[in-house]
Design a protein around this ligand. Structure first.
Ligand code: SIN
Ligand code: FE
Length: 297
């Protein structure tokens, strides 16, 4: 396994209302948009005494991977419990959504007005040894792309906090720069078909019609996960995110995999291409550069 230059920078803040200077804010944007990770080892998220009980896999409905609130819909999904329990779980997840929003406002204020909140989740299932198909197996290196949810070029920005009460880290692998992965697999991506995308939309397989960008991203996701030689031998590093730490990544760009860990909170945000400070470093533009042609959203 080849080694990798460390893509992680460490930020000192211990509050979601982090007091970052304008220079720091600019450097964070630059780092993130070039495929870096912002790591906040001192930023934990406090659960109230009555919420500690939700740190158990028993609240999962056994079907969904996470307990979550979807975008601005505020009814809880993936959970089971009495109406009171479900309300209390919603409130916990809602409070994390608010904290993540504050963190974006303070660290990345140029995104704040444009970052659209998508899912907010509590991940209570131990990540190690989770049984799934290879395509859903997040212990394999991948850049995020979801079959039913085309982004049309919008970016997937994620805030994570390890809330493990027993000091257990969340262990990730972080892979090579996005372009290096693209160069290895792009020739194997089948040609985009608008007719097929229309059909998938009409059949309800996708929520909106999948464009060429999402088609390409999804195939890159699958090609990387399916290639065991790539999984073993591509440049990568292991990193442990300790309990009571947070981190921020563009998960559609940073090659990542989760090896182990339990109890994490996560906020997904979607950012329009137009609002990037370095659009030339976005997956869409990096793929276009390698193919020497435009990739349509
Ligand atoms: C992923 O986005 O691949 C999962 C990350 C995690 O659950 O730690
Ligand atoms: Fe992922």
């Amino acid at each position: 396994m080849a080694n990798l230059k460390n893509p992680i920078i460490t930020l000192p803040f211990d509050s979601f209302q982090a007091n970052a200077s304008a220079t720091q804010q600019q450097s964070y944007i630059e780092h993130l948009e070039h495929g870096g990770v912002l790591f906040l080892p001192n930023l934990g998220f406090n659960l109230l005494p009555d919420e500690q009980r939700f740190l158990s896999p028993d609240w999962s409905d056994g079907k969904a991977k996470n307990i979550y609130l979807r975008g601005n819909e505020r009814s809880i999904r993936g959970a089971q419990g009495s109406p009171n329990d479900l309300t209390a779980m919603s409130q916990l997840i809602e409070r994390y959504a608010l904290s993540a929003k504050q963190l974006i406002q303070h660290l990345l204020p140029s995104y704040a007005d444009f970052a659209k909140p998508a899912n907010t989740s509590l991940r209570s299932i131990e990540a190690e040894g989770r049984k799934t198909s290879w395509r859903k197996d997040d212990s394999r290196l991948h850049a995020d792309s979801f079959p039913s949810k085309p982004t049309h070029g919008e970016r997937i920005l994620r805030v994570f906090t390890n809330v493990n009460p027993d000091n257990k880290p969340r262990v990730w692998k972080i892979g090579e720069p996005f372009s290096d992965m693209v160069a290895k697999f792009i020739q194997k991506v089948p040609r985009y078909s608008k007719t097929q995308s229309k059909l998938m939309y009409l059949l309800g397989i996708t929520k909106t019609m999948r464009g060429e960008y999402d088609h390409t991203m999804l195939h890159l996701h699958d090609l990387a996960k399916a290639d065991l030689d790539y999984q073993l031998n591509a440049p990568q590093m292991t990193f442990e995110f300790p309990a009571n730490s947070s981190w921020i990544v563009y998960s559609d760009q940073v090659l990542h995999a989760v090896l182990s860990g339990q109890y994490m909170m996560e906020q997904t945000l979607h950012l329009p291409q137009k609002k990037l400070a370095y659009p030339e470093s976005s997956p869409q533009q990096l793929i276009a550069k390698i193919l020497k042609r435009t990739i349509h959203s």
